[in-house]
Design a protein around this ligand. Structure first.
Ligand code: 2AM
Ligand code: CA
Length: 256
């Protein structure tokens, strides 16, 4: 089986487990504080994904949120895994969370899959093959005026409320756009832009496993992705992220 087919199979199996699971209070623990949580299920799903990938492709490398990177001698193909993107939503809502799997060959994108677990919706894109929501092709919106754009951001406090070097710029941007929405999952929000239901995405903090699958889907859908400085998004470092419905709005978004 090809890597994409293996990925599509194992992400659905993992989704079934999460839909059926009953999260116990004792399965929730804090990482750095009460707003940074992990559960037994994050770890279980990441272990399962890693095991399935390495059974099929023992030479591949894996970078996931919950365990140290597994870099095999042939570092050519790397999988970026987030077993649950939107853990807070998983805990409090049992919806609006995703499994994210991005596969890259060196710096070249191969494919990305983002499963909206509770909606049973799979977003996917293969490099050069377009972007899809299940069996339907998706495309970013055609809106180009700032005043028409819906901005989505996963953490209101990190984007607008807490001091950071871009805070004033973000507040100005929030006044210029049509509205601001906050879902709480980097991967799902980038897919909202890919599918044309949001137009612009911003976060001050994202990790490779949060965005390295959805960025492939967004670019295949006609969008563009940068750091908040307008630079190329790194593959292996935490970063700020700006996702656009089109490269053509870059100058007006970054000029403010
Ligand atoms: P997570 O659910 O996998 O932790 C809203 O919190 C979004 O930001 C989610 O996609 C979440 O991913 C991500 N996130 C939470 N804390 C983060 C951190 N310290 N650095 C980067 N991303 C984070
Ligand atoms: Ca996670």
């Amino acid at each position: 089986m090809e890597r994409f087919d293996v990925a599509a199979e194992i992400i659905q199996e993992a989704g079934k487990i999460l839909r059926r699971c009953h999260l116990e209070q004792a399965e929730i623990s804090q990482k750095t504080g009460h707003q940074d949580l992990v559960t037994f299920w994050d770890r279980k799903i990441e272990q399962q994904l890693r095991h399935s990938i390495l059974t099929a492709f023992p030479q591949d490398s894996i970078v996931g949120e919950e365990y140290p990177p597994q870099e095999n001698c042939d570092r050519k193909v790397t999988w970026y895994l987030d077993p649950i993107d939107g853990t807070t939503n998983f805990i409090n809502q049992h919806q609006n969370y995703a499994i994210s799997m991005g596969c890259w060959e060196g710096a070249d994108p191969l494919f990305g899959l983002v499963l909206d677990v509770e909606r049973e919706t799979l977003y996917w894109g293969k490099h050069g093959g377009g972007a899809w929501q299940d069996q339907t092709p998706i495309h970013t919106s055609v809106r180009r005026e700032l005043s028409e754009l819906l901005l989505t951001t996963p953490g209101l406090q990190y984007t607008f409320l807490e001091p950071h070097p871009y805070q004033e710029r973000m507040i100005r941007l929030s006044r210029k756009v049509r509205g601001v929405r906050c879902l709480g999952s980097v991967a799902l929000e980038l897919c909202e832009v890919a599918a044309g239901r949001a137009d612009l995405f911003v976060t001050m903090r994202s990790s490779p496993w949060d965005h390295n699958a959805a960025r492939i889907i967004l670019e295949e859908a006609g969008g563009a992705i940068f750091t908040v400085d307008g630079d190329e998004l790194p593959l292996d470092q935490k970063s700020t992220v700006v996702g656009l419905n089109s490269y053509s709005i870059k100058s007006c978004v970054f000029s403010g």
